[in-house]
Design a protein around this ligand. Structure first.
Ligand code: ADP
Ligand code: MG
Length: 574
């Protein structure tokens, strides 16, 4: 074969493979461009792990119509003018090849309008070929839709990980990015579902709250440190709060999100001996230094930076972090909110199902009280409850399953489990509707092993699970950590329910919330429980508040009525 020059398009595709290795790389480049464009608002949307579609919409300075053809040209950039600039890079992008690379391996639609122009434009570039460029009317700012990523590079396409993994990596990045840029209002949408949105009010704590939730925020303590060339500020987790992974270690160097093993190691060391084995702290740190203090031009994907002055930064940082911990007394706070318990310690093995309750714990009592409260909180009946419930006189139980009552001119047999299920179901749905589902934090997190299918199911339905009171987290590829469960469950039931739920049919769209709650309630009922008189009273009181005290959620009867005349018939008295 003769030697030939690669066409520019082929060469571009090869180069693209170095820059764009997975959907996450696209997201990184695009949001950095939006940031560079001074956006105050960025909407990020992905579908199918980013392979099907990635959309980034910003309200930044936009692109001049005349510059449109240059956007997708390699080494065309508005951010760098000469080589010496390379050493003092303050903007995020700098190689001018990100968009060229993205466009080479996908179908890109770019819309933009410069702040200084009256009209915008739309440009289509498929597989590196510019298909069209036309004027359109639109707001200032830029929108980029990237579809069918890697459609023309089967090798890259085939090597993509599972969508759920791709999505997880994007979520991790977008979360960190949103927290690191509280001045930008960021929305993040995955497969049409809103993941989070931040307000863009410049408040770091508010951004952390929006992205990681209240639990995280209440367990973070402020931190700051200054050395001659570094200024560091941020938040670090208190000792009661830790993770089984290092993914909550977020560092920004001069505003750029970085992956830096030395910084992670430094953070870890600050907690040496203070956390249980295999638990890691969370931190969000902003490190500022003069641009000469970091070298970003190391790696095509730019995620590694080399920090000069390691000695000057890392050791003092570690010491300051540790000192700060001690100052805050490093005592995990008692749970304040009734949604969650204290962060739990992580143990490798499955927690013993029959763990005796920890009576030394404040939250155990709190939970008990809450369960009672919940039973009392059941909504007022819409239809007045038949008065027969008021007249029931408890006689005794049969086989620990059926309760026998005397009523006016009739005898009633109650299926205690059906009754209990009914009450829990109504409590549960009611709490669900009011979005006040009570969940109990576990003192010792449980873990369950999951396979690929369950993991996929978890990825898809974790929001639903969360809304139902399950706080779960994936650890590695094969374990699911359960931190909170709905209060209606015992630990063993929760575990079983979760496993069953995750192992269900892959397409869960046919399962309604209601069915799920029914299952949940069903799992909450223990068979053959001996019942004491006070509990009988509770059951009756609970039933009074349900809409229909005669049938359970599955439509089975709760009561069987034997009237006096029926008895007399049977005894051949009449
Ligand atoms: P770089 O960011 O390294 O300059 P890119 O390929 O990422 O290279 O982008 C090329 C150019 O396109 C940028 O220099 C910038 O002028 C323009 N651009 C890209 N995205 C945006 C955006 N969201 N808003 C405004 N301009 C943009
Ligand atoms: Mg760029």
């Amino acid at each position: 074969m003769r030697i030939e020059r690669l066409s520019e398009r082929v060469a571009n595709r090869i180069a693209a493979g170095e820059v764009i290795t997975e959907p996450l790389s696209v997201i990184k480049e695009l949001v950095e461009n939006s940031l560079d464009a001074g956006a105050r608002r960025i909407d990020i949307e992905i579908r199918s792990g980013g392979l099907e579609k990635i959309s980034i919409v910003d309200d930044g300075e936009g692109i001049f119509f005349d510059d449109a053809p240059l956007v997708f040209e390699r080494h065309a950039t508005s951010k760098l003018r000469n080589v010496s600039d390379l050493y003092e890079i303050e903007s995020m992008g700098f190689r001018g090849e990100a968009l060229a690379s993205v466009a080479a391996v996908s179908k890109v639609t770019l819309q933009s309008r410069s702040q200084q122009e009256q009209q915008g434009f739309e440009m289509l570039v498929y597989g590196g070929n510019a298909l069209s460029l036309q004027r359109i009317a639109r707001d200032k700012g830029t929108r980029i839709d990237v579809e069918d990523l890697f459609y023309n590079t089967p090798v890259l396409g085939n090597f993509q990980k599972r969508q759920s993994i791709l999505e997880g990596r994007i979520t991790e990045f977008v979360s960190a990015f949103a927290v690191g840029n509280p001045q930008i209002a960021i929305t993040y949408t995955v497969d049409h579902r809103r993941f989070f949105s931040t307000r863009g009010d410049e408040n770091e704590a508010a951004a952390i709250l929006s992205v990681f939730g209240e639990e995280a925020l209440t367990h973070l303590i402020e931190f700051s440190m200054n050395t001659e060339s570094f200024r560091v500020k941020g938040m670090q987790s208190s000792l009661g709060y830790s993770f089984p992974h290092r993914r909550r270690m977020i560092f920004f160097v001069n505003g750029r999100l970085v992956e830096n093993p030395e910084l992670r190691e430094t953070l870890n060391k600050a907690y040496d001996g203070l956390l249980p084995a295999r638990r890691f702290p969370m931190a969000v740190m902003w490190i500022f230094t003069n641009p000469g203090g970091v070298d970003v031009n190391l790696h095509p994907r730019k995620e590694h930076v080399r920090l000069y002055y390691e000695k000057e930064l890392l050791q003092p940082l570690r010491e300051a972090l540790r000192r700060n911990l001690y100052q805050e007394r490093a005592i995990p706070p008692l749970p304040v909110s009734n949604q969650k318990g204290p962060e739990t310690s992580f143990i490798e093995e499955d927690a013993d199902d029959e763990d005796p309750p920890d009576f030394s714990s404040f939250s155990y009592f709190e939970q008990q009280v809450k369960q009672e409260e919940v039973i009392q909180q059941v909504r007022e009946p819409i239809v007045p409850v038949e008065s027969f419930l008021d007249e029931l006189h408890y006689l005794g139980s049969f086989k620990s399953a059926y309760l026998i009552f005397e009523g006016r001119d009739s005898m009633y047999i109650m299926d205690q489990h059906a009754a209990h299920e009914k009450i829990l179901y109504e409590t549960f749905t009611d709490a669900y509707k009011r979005r006040e589902l009570h969940s109990q934090g576990l003192l010792v997190a449980m873990t369950i092993s999951v396979g690929a299918q369950e993991r996929e199911a978890w990825n898809r339905y974790r929001d639903d699970l969360h809304e139902s009171g399950f706080e779960t987290e994936l650890f590695g590829e094969q374990r699911l950590i359960i931190r909170s469960i709905p209060h209606v469950f015992t630990q063993a039931q929760a575990k079983q329910y979760l496993l069953d739920y995750l192992a269900g049919s892959p397409d869960r769209s046919d399962i309604t919330r209601e069915e799920m709650m029914r299952k949940a309630c069903k799992a909450a009922i223990k068979a053959g429980d001996a019942i004491v008189k006070a509990e009988v009273r509770q059951l009756i009181e609970g039933l009074k508040k349900t809409e229909d005290p005669m049938t359970c959620p599955h439509g089975r009867p709760i009561f069987i009525k034997l009237s006096l005349s029926e008895l007399e018939k049977r005894f051949a008295r009449i």
